[in-house]
Write a protein that binds this ligand. Structure first.
Ligand SMILES: Nc1ncnc2c1ncn2[C@@H]1O[C@H](COP(=O)(O)OP(=O)(O)O)[C@@H](O)[C@H]1O
Ligand SMILES: N[C@@H](CCC(=O)OP(=O)(O)O)C(=O)O
Length: 373
């Protein structure tokens, strides 16, 4: 089963959690990195390209600041990341050069992927690095980001990078051997779930926060990352990073960790970007009839089906589309601003020009820019 899903994999994203990369005293663990380099070199010999998304900058920078616990303030965290990031890259360089692998540091902010031109630019840089046989090592640019610009956690970043580089598999290496029915740190009866075909509310409830002082999002953000790549038609595996050979065994189709099967109806890259990378600037509530034609027949959203607009946004913004009960069922890019939509909603498209004095087209959201969630 797993082997079948892995057959066409040629490019992978491997996300490394802070807990995997650092040892007890919070220094970078060189043994882990040299094992990782060995496993990635072998994959490369087998024709598989790797992009690494690595956490660990904050944890690696902590000792230099004399911090024994998680930094308390944002400037402290950013200072720790600034010190730690260069240590991290030095450690990667040392370990990877032993295997004749060259690494490249790539630091991203959310804006780099939200802006379509910057997204494309980041993509060509990464493609070029890979074409040269270099292993990109990506992290969030912690030193400069403020809340509005944050990916928040590297699980999310790794899912967006999987879309960016069109990898066929995301592997999340963490400090636990997979997704359990509950957090095994607090529930001794928890058992591992080997295969997930769809993310249910029950699974989301089971996935809790981080159990360590270095991890960020726990299993909850890993599940959210898996959900994102599944919608892109890509598989994900969450497995133990510290156990030697796990990556190799996972790539060979052995039953390690938890595997997430790709969704059968997947989104193309642009629609995935609309659904998961852009931040909604407001919402549009539609009536039952509009919900039906959008959800069932994949049609465009016309002004006549819109009941209410929430938030202020411009033409070209990403918005949530809500059903009459307020539940979000789609996201899309609008062709009219919130103020224009307030004036044309509940009207026929043929009346747009008369009401506004101009028209861009019949649709408020064209079906090519609309994603069902
Ligand atoms: N259902 C669950 N199954 C497995 N681990 C869970 C679950 N719920 C919460 N966790 C916690 O998630 C942690 C892994 O996330 P995190 O600490 O953020 O690691 P990383 O630094 O690799 O991102 C585990 O050590 C565990 O304590
Ligand atoms: N960018 C941060 C990591 C943030 C993060 O998500 O950490 P983790 O949960 O360990 O993957 C750092 O390098 O310390």
């Amino acid at each position: 089963m797993r082997k079948g899903l892995l057959k066409k994999v040629r490019r992978i994203v491997v996300k490394i959690g802070s807990g995997v990369l650092t040892s007890e005293d919070n220094g970078i663990d060189p043994l882990f990195l040299s094992r990782l380099a060995g496993e990635l070199a072998q994959l490369r010999a087998d024709g598989i390209e790797t992009v690494v998304v690595s956490s660990g900058a904050v944890a690696a920078g902590r000792p230099a600041l004399g911090l024994t616990d998680r930094p308390k303030t944002l400037p402290q965290k950013q200072a720790a990341a600034a010190v730690g990031q260069s240590r991290l890259m030095r450690a990667y360089e040392e370990a990877f050069s032993q295997q004749d692998l060259t690494v490249a540091q790539v630091l991203l902010t959310r804006d780099d992927l939200v802006n379509r031109r910057r997204f494309q630019n980041a993509r060509s840089t990464l493609d070029t690095l890979l074409a040269y046989g270099i292993v990109p090592v990506i992290n969030e640019n912690d030193t400069v980001v403020v809340d509005e610009l944050k990916f928040g956690d590297n699980d999310n970043l790794s899912a967006l990078v999987t879309n960016l580089v069109e990898a066929q598999l995301l592997i999340i290496l963490t400090d636990i051997d997979g997704l359990y029915t509950a957090d095994p740190r607090t529930d001794a009866t928890a058992t591992i779930i080997p295969m997930v075909r769809g993310i249910t509310k029950d699974l989301e409830r089971a996935a809790g926060g981080s159990g360590t002082s270095v991890g960020t999002g726990g299993m909850a953000t890993k599940l959210a990352a898996a959900k994102k790549v599944m919608r892109y038609g890509v598989a994900a595996i969450i497995c133990a990073g510290k156990t030697p050979g796990t990556l190799t065994r996972a790539m060979a189709g052995e039953e390690v960790g938890t595997m997430f099967a790709p969704a059968e109806r997947s989104l193309n890259r642009r629609k995935h970007w609309i659904a998961f990378t852009l931040r909604p600037a407001g919402s549009i509530r539609v009536d039952a009839g509009a919900r039906e034609v959008l959800a069932r027949h994949g049609r465009s959203l016309l002004p006549s089906g819109i009941e209410k607009v929430e938030g202020r946004f411009e033409r070209g913004a990403c918005v949530r589309v809500l059903a009459p009960d307020g539940a979000e069922f789609a996201r899309g890019i609008v062709d009219y601003s919130s103020q224009e939509i307030e004036r044309i909603c509940r009207h026929k498209s043929s009346e747009i020009e008369e009401i506004l004095g101009f028209r861009y087209g019949d649709d408020v959201i064209h079906r090519d820019n609309l994603v069902l969630l």
